[in-house]
Design a protein around this ligand. Structure first.
Ligand code: ACO
Length: 428
């Protein structure tokens, strides 16, 4: 119960309104405004800048200090000592697995990686030049038509099985999007490879020859999965929660999350970084300065992609780890002198020393470096957001599971109505 209260005085109301204040483990207190409706008032917060839409124990972010904790563990420590599947277990279950639990979990995920053979027909219905995110939205939503046996959202075992299926099948479905777009046969998963290696195998092997995963690149891939695994109540996670609050099945909810992630202000940013670097084109100081000026010009809609974040106002802790991984990958591949990479580094240097960016606290975010790494690994630009969706699936499903297992109420925001008051339909 709340032992602190906020007092709200509203012109025209005889008495003050008392609003309970709750404290979380860390982070800002929240004012419970639910009682306002009965007083004829709503709160107004477009963009949810000051709204805590739910209670959650999964991920904590302190944007001012550049802190990101999953179940209490700092992302830097997880990135250094853990790996993606262990993080998946942690996000889903709240604690790190024991060695036995880890082995069982990895075995379960590995044995759910194949997709129903009939799903292949869905891919074949798309144009070859369809954006892979369009295909992914469709096929993930379609999973609900295949796995009727795990759709009872009120059954904890069904919820668990759906989570396993989604985490396991996302790399297979993501790689299939790529294979379809280049006209190559789909490659089946291999049970002796780890999660990241398996994804690279399904992306780059062909029936004529197996791709041998390079350990540096597989590790980088695993890092990319980890650094995108969850990020509190961002736009796509909130979309998953809102969709799930209606009782929709988990596959439909994740498809909704994928759609929300697609936008360039969210997950589409890593693709937008590479498009921006292409647009900048020639690696010359004059060219780079021209684009910096455009980013600062209020009459130009151009923004420096991969810079800025709604929550991080100091630095993005994921970007720090990603930068290190970026250097490792480029060294391994001998790409340290890549001209596009040089443009990226120069943009970063200028932005970090330019008053415009400093004043507005605009730092490189995770997507600035992830795009460069993915390009170096040989992944086409239009697959970048698909990889983000693959990685974030565990975050989405963990939030969905947390919400559905708790005291869930359908999400139903209200509005400040500014349209016409009632008026009569004109006589004809
Ligand atoms: N380039 C140039 N100026 C910028 C940028 C940028 N990338 N980002 C913000 N600004 C400026 C705004 O124009 C605004 O300036 P003003 O105060 O003079 O009007 C100020 O900084 C504040 O920006 P807002 O748009 O109010 O910040 P908001 O929190 O709403 O937006 C966002 C955050 C969407 C991420 C924004 O910084 C952006 O568009 N960045 C580029 C896209 C990007 O990289 N997105 C990835 C986010 S990370 C993720 O989803 C994993």
């Amino acid at each position: 119960m709340a032992d602190k209260k906020a007092i709200l005085t509203v012109p025209g109301l005889d008495e003050n309104i008392e609003l309970p204040i709750y404290s979380g483990t860390v982070g800002p207190d929240v004012v419970d405004v639910r009682g306002l409706t009965s007083k004829g008032l709503f709160t107004y917060d477009p963009g949810f800048v000051s709204t805590a839409a739910c209670e959650s124990a999964i991920t904590y972010i302190d944007g001012g200090k550049g802190v990101l904790l999953h179940r209490g563990y700092p992302i830097e420590q997880l990135a250094k000592h853990s790996h993606y599947l262990e993080l998946c277990y942690l996000l889903l279950n709240g604690e790190l697995p024991t060695p036995e639990e880890e082995e069982k979990f990895e075995n379960t995920i590995t044995h759910h990686t194949m997709v129903h053979e009939q799903l292949l027909q869905f891919y074949k219905g798309f144009r070859r030049d369809a954006h892979p995110m369009a295909i992914l939205c469709g096929v993930v939503g379609a999973l609900s038509a295949f796995y009727h046996d795990s759709l009872d959202i009120n059954n904890p075992r069904d919820r668990e099985v759906s989570a396993f299926r989604l985490i396991a099948k996302m790399p297979t479905m993501a790689a299939m999007c790529y294979k379809y777009s280049v006209g190559q046969p789909f490659i089946y998963p291999k049970n002796d490879l780890n999660y990241a290696e398996n994804f690279l195998h399904m992306m780059f092997s062909t029936p004529c020859g197996d791709y041998q995963p390079n350990p540096v690149l597989s590790k980088a891939m695993d890092r990319i999965f980890m650094l995108h695994a969850d990020h509190e109540q961002n736009a796509s996670t909130s979309t998953v929660r809102l969709t799930g609050s209606t009782g929709a099945n988990p596959f439909a909810c994740i498809a909704a999350g994928i759609a929300a992630l697609w936008g360039p202000s969210h997950g589409g940013a890593n693709e937008a970084v590479l498009t921006m670097l292409d647009e900048i084109g020639e690696d010359s100081e004059e060219n780079i300065q021209h684009f910096i000026s455009r980013a600062k010009d209020k009459n130009d809609p151009f923004r420096l992609m991969g810079f800025g974040h709604r929550v991080y106002r100091n630095f993005d802790p994921r970007a720090k780890v990603m930068k290190e991984t970026c250097d490792e990958v480029l060294k391994e591949l001998g790409l340290e002198n890549d001209p596009q990479l040089h443009i990226a580094k120069r943009l970063e240097e200028i932005a970090l020393s330019d008053e415009y960016f400093i004043e507005r606290q605009l730092y490189p975010n995770v997507d600035f470096y992830s795009g460069i790494i993915l390009k170096a690994i040989g992944i086409p630009t239009n697959m970048f957001t698909v990889i983000f969706a693959l990685s974030r699936t565990v975050g989405w499903i963990s939030h969905w599971k947390e919400m559905v297992s708790g005291d869930n109420k359908i999400g139903r925001p209200r509005q400040l109505y500014t349209g016409h008051d009632v008026r009569d339909y004109p006589a004809k």
